[in-house]
Design a protein around this ligand. Structure first.
Ligand code: DTR
Ligand code: CA
Ligand code: ZN
Ligand code: ZN
Length: 316
């Protein structure tokens, strides 16, 4: 994975990483960018897709959906929680009621780091009632989960504290994330140095959209994509239409990534990103066809790696 040369890593780490990357290779010396690639791990897209397969199976076994208040949602949450518990996270479930049904948020803290500087990454785990919700939003949920598991595999010890979240009832109006933010004391709210949101990051006819709410977070994602040589655009399809909105309203710096929903891709965008002009970014948005076949693997891979890049970059 090639990263922008703008990265700086401690000299010792750079040398160690260079030896690691070039040992046994016949290639020339690692480039600065290759050395810096060691700072954040590659997220294996096969692992992310394996989580999507599990979420699909859960939907199939529970009436075809993973919607708020339905058994498929709680089964999804139990799946994610079990992975995180096994990986050493401190997890907690926050209950709330919406539309007369019980909803759940899952919060996972990685032990260590400065408790007064918390970097959060989150995604909504619920689907609409009409389908399995694999792109919306299994994609974001699986990418955030695999990034958390990568933190554990790396035994990563960042300066800041890492917290990951999977929200309930986003599709009913950002209910779970709003409940979480509203129930934070102002002191606890002020400890969150940034919230990164990932909602639909594997659309089948993908665009690469970056939230422009906080300039530093926006730059982090744009630097990542510049390192890949992939053009990005500012996300405009839905200011406030996902779980970053309650955090932003509370004054927390927010950012995130999005690959598009029901808007159609233009010819100009096709020249940048490929795909099909005049077609929706996700023609199965909120539909029963939002299954594991409704994912673009390249977009999912790039965005999963972008989640890890931003988590490492913003917490070190
Ligand atoms: N609200 C999301 C889909 C969505 C629409 N516009 C945006 C912009 C940024 C993130 C997500 C979205 C949903 O239906 O879950
Ligand atoms: Ca990857
Ligand atoms: Zn949705
Ligand atoms: Zn969504």
């Amino acid at each position: 994975m090639k990263l922008p040369v703008s990265w700086s890593v401690p000299a010792a780490a750079a040398v160690a990483a260079a030896m690691l990357l070039t040992s046994g290779s016949i290639a020339g010396a690692a480039t600065k960018a290759d050395v810096e690639a060691a700072a954040a791990p590659d997220i294996p897209v096969a692992n992310v897709k394996a989580h999507l397969t599990q979420l699909q199976s859960i939907a199939t076994a529970n009436g075809g959906n993973r919607a708020h208040g339905r058994p498929g949602y709680k089964a999804s949450l139990d799946y994610v929680k079990a992975k995180l518990d096994a990986a050493g996270f401190t997890t907690s479930i926050q209950q709330f009621t919406s539309s007369g049904r019980t909803g759940y948020n899952l919060i996972a803290d990685w032990p260590g780091g400065d408790a007064n500087q918390i970097v959060m990454a989150g995604s909504h785990l619920d689907s609409v009632s009409s389908g399995a919700g694999i792109n919306d939003n299994g994609s974001g949920s699986a990418a955030v989960l695999e990034t958390a598991l990568a933190v554990s595999r790396a035994a990563y010890k960042p300066t800041k504290h890492l917290r990951f979240a999977w929200w309930g009832a986003e599709e009913l109006g950002l209910v779970g994330s709003r409940y979480y933010v509203n129930n934070l004391s102002s002191t606890d709210r002020s400890k969150i140095s940034g919230y990164l949101n990932f909602d639909m990051i594997g659309s089948p006819n993908p665009g690469y959209f970056v939230y422009d709410d906080d300039p530093a977070i926006e730059k982090t994602f744009k630097d990542y994509y510049a390192g890949l040589g992939v053009a990005t655009e500012i996300e405009t399809e839905g200011d406030g239409r996902s779980d970053h909105a309650p955090f932003k309203s509370a004054g927390v710096p927010v950012g995130g990534l999005f690959t598009g929903a029901s808007r159609t891709k233009t010819a100009a965008q096709v020249t940048k990103w490929g795909g099909t002009a005049g077609q929706s970014f996700d023609r199965c948005y909120h539909s029963s066809c939002d299954t594991t076949s409704n994912i673009n693997d390249t977009a999912l891979d790039r965005n999963s790696d972008a989640v890890a890049y931003a988590v490492w970059e913003l917490s070190e």
